[in-house]
Design a protein around this ligand. Structure first.
Ligand code: ADP
Ligand code: MG
Length: 685
């Protein structure tokens, strides 16, 4: 139950004056549905204005407040703007310009001969001074005094800055004082204001200290919630699994394990031997060899008399894993089964029976393996592949399956930087496969100007002539979806003229059957060139595809480029990756592509990606889709998360039930940031 004193913050946005059905949509688009969301709707930046008495005191491009007197209204014929010619106290002329519907109100706001106070950006057009769409027009100067420093909020269609500012003010009026949840010594050291003061300051002014405090709150809430999951997990009863090695001895891997694989297996073996259930993340780039590590872990479980289940995000991946594991473990005599949503009737029944009576020791599948109808005789270990596809909720649900809590090994191929690993998987222990199996051919990566398209196409032609296949990746960005899709289809049409039936197209908006059919043709080698948007990121494995072209590569994040490139370089032939860059390349874009050429180390690319994206943030407003945070910026995450993480750990060590006064305050924090699943980890919480 949410603590009562937070209720005013969780009241529906409709309770604010002026929020009716019409504003609901645009507000929802901004994620503003409750009073709480408004107080955390922080400005992107502030407009600094200067009051000037005469036009010639102001600089071109400057945000000014100035008294001007309208002398003429000039409507355009047709669709042109509405112009209001005005004069300052010296008779110098400035034209106010309005487009569209604003023209009607402009006439009323600016009657001829009456002086008005105008706030806006002074521009020059030819040798005329002008202000396009003044931000404010007031009869009294006092009305503008509060606008010398004005917040600029993220908006959606149908909202204006003054409107948004007024709503935020109103919401702030509902914000109660809250007790302090941050360590007092830290507050003092950082000179942080209280929660409520920090919000006030952050809405009023560029105030990095206040913004830091608010970001820290969010980071602390996250760390705390994850840590509560961790300690609750530690308190659960699991079964110690001590494998005696008899199954592992029976299989002979076709290669020696890498040092990183041995180390990870050792860490897992140590965890499995404990009574409290394992909660471990195995992080390793594509091709780092996670499957064998998973196999060894599962064999340990089976040696100890338990069953193991491996969960994959898609049916294709489940099938691939099943085939791989069956081959690797063939000589062990272990019974392995595949269970997906596709299995029906008798086949499914017999697998369910096998799981129930224990004759199936390892099962691989999609989420179908955790449906209610599926019972296990003794499930000891759950392996989850591609962890980022599953939310915390699902992770917790998995843990409830057996009589005792099974050990859990999560695997992810997304190399994320250490700080973000902490943010996303802070409740888990981490093993890193930071060493690639030997003998990998480096992928020859080149950056090529988009204009050289003809050469690229000729290159593909030569490549396909050798019997090898190729990918052609087009960008697909959410904000730009329709345009991007059109571009991908246009590219496909052009390539089709060259290569005919050998080309197939796959994109996210296709019907699943059509997509599967196209993929299948490529996997079978009937199609030679696959044109795709980023859907190929997960789960395609075609060793014969050894060339990848990525169009407008500068539009992709480093991590994403890396994932894409990981689709080639899987066979014995040398692979090539061509990054086509557009004409206008920013400095960061240039650096990114250079890094791609320079390294194939996913962890290094992830760290650099974070550094490049987090750099140059002013107010820290640059959000990133791949973090669980809305208030904290990438830069703040890097700087403050490690502190929050330590602080959360200390707090739980001292007051694991969050019962003492700071602990009670921390409960409020968890609700405030909707990490209440953290509170639910507390017994009776
Ligand atoms: P991922 O981490 O992407 O799941 P896989 O487990 O699929 O990687 O392994 C990629 C390839 O590398 C497989 O063909 C696997 O057999 C091979 N491999 C794994 N470990 C080693 C190793 N120590 N030495 C050589 N090859 C290995
Ligand atoms: Mg894998």
């Amino acid at each position: 139950m949410r603590p009562e004193r937070l209720n005013p913050l969780f009241v529906d946005a409709q309770s604010l004056d002026g929020v009716g059905p019409k504003l609901r949509k645009p507000l929802e688009k901004l994620g503003l549905t409750r009073v709480r969301d408004f107080v955390y709707h922080l400005p992107d930046r502030f407009i600094q204005r200067r009051t000037v008495t005469r036009l010639d005191e102001a600089n071109i491009g400057e945000q000014v407040i100035i008294a001007l007197t309208p002398v003429e209204h000039r409507a355009s014929s047709g669709r042109g703007p509405f112009r209001v010619l005005t004069q300052d106290s010296e008779g110098d002329v400035c034209t106010l310009i309005y487009f569209g519907r604003a023209s009607y109100t402009a006439k009323k706001l600016l009657p001829l001969g009456e002086t008005r106070w105008i706030a806006g950006k002074l521009d020059q057009y030819g040798d005329m001074l002008q202000i396009v769409h003044p931000d404010h027009v007031e009869a009294e100067s006092t009305a503008l005094m509060g606008r010398l420093n004005e917040p600029v909020y993220p908006l959606a269609e149908g909202l204006t800055q003054p409107r948004m500012a007024a709503l935020v003010m109103q919401a702030m009026g509902h914000a109660p004082e809250l007790p302090e949840w941050i360590e007092p010594a830290l507050i003092e050291r950082m000179k942080w204001p209280t929660w409520r003061d920090a919000l006030e300051l952050a809405h009023r002014d560029t105030h990095p200290v206040a913004r830091d405090r608010l970001a820290y709150d969010e980071l602390l809430a996250n760390s705390l919630a994850l840590m509560l999951v961790k300690s609750a997990n530690r308190a659960r009863r699991g079964q110690p699994l001590n494998g005696d090695g008899h199954l592992r001895d029976r299989i002979s891997l076709p290669f020696p394990l890498t040092g990183a694989q041995k180390r990870s297996i050792g860490e897992i073996e140590g965890d499995l031997a404990q009574e409290s259930p394992m909660l471990r993340l195995l992080q390793g780039d594509v091709g780092a060899g996670k499957t064998v590590v998973a196999l060894e872990a599962m064999l340990i479980a089976v040696e100890a008399g338990a069953q193991a289940a491996m969960l994959a995000p898609t049916e294709i991946l489940a099938r691939q894993h099943y085939e791989t594991l069956r081959k690797l473990a063939a000589s062990s005599g272990v019974a392995i089964a595949l269970l997906t949503g596709r299995d029906k009737g008798k086949a499914r029944e017999s697998i369910l029976m096998g799981l129930m009576d224990g004759s199936i020791q390892i099962v691989v599948g999609t989420h179908a393996i955790f449906q209610d109808a599926v019972g296990y005789r003794n499930l000891g270990l759950v392996v989850i592949d591609e962890q980022h596809r599953f939310g915390v909720g699902q992770r917790l649900m998995l843990a409830q399956k057996g009589k005792v809590t099974p050990h859990c090994l999560a695997m992810t191929a997304t190399p994320i930087p250490r700080t973000l690993t902490l943010a996303q998987y802070g409740e888990m222990d981490v093993s890193r496969l930071d060493e690639m199996p030997p003998g990998r051919q480096p992928i020859d990566t080149r950056v090529i100007a988009q204009e050289r398209l003809a050469d690229v196409v000729a290159g593909i032609e030569r490549h396909l002539a050798t019997g090898q296949q190729a990918y052609w990746v087009c960008p697909m960005v959410r904000e730009n979806e329709n345009e991007d899709l059109a571009a991908a289809e246009a590219r496909y049409a052009i390539l089709k003229e060259h290569f005919g039936e050998a080309v197939v197209l796959v994109h996210g908006q296709m019907k699943p059957e059509a997509k599967d059919a196209a993929m299948e043709r490529f996997v079978l080698g009937e199609a030679k060139l696959l044109v795709a948007t980023t859907v190929i990121e997960v789960g395609v494995d075609v060793p014969n595809a050894t060339l990848m072209v990525i169009e407008q590569a500068e539009r992709f994040g480093l991590a994403q480029l890396h994932q894409l490139r990981g689709r080639v370089g899987r066979g014995s032939e040398k692979s090539i990756c061509l990054l086509l860059r557009g004409e206008q390349l920013s400095e960061t874009g240039r650096q990114r592509l250079a890094l791609m050429r320079e390294t194939q180390d996913g962890f290094r690319l992830a760290e650099e990606d974070l550094r490049l994206r987090g750099g140059g943030e002013l107010l820290g407003t640059r959000q990133s889709g791949d973090t669980p945070f809305r208030v904290a910026s990438l830069e703040q995450i890097q700087r403050l998360l490690p502190i929050a993480h330590d602080d959360a750990r200390l707090l739980i060590e001292r007051d694991g039930g969050l019962d003492l006064s700071r602990g009670q305050a921390a409960r409020l924090l968890l609700y405030l940031f909707e990490r209440d699943w953290g509170v639910q980890m507390l017994r009776g919480g």
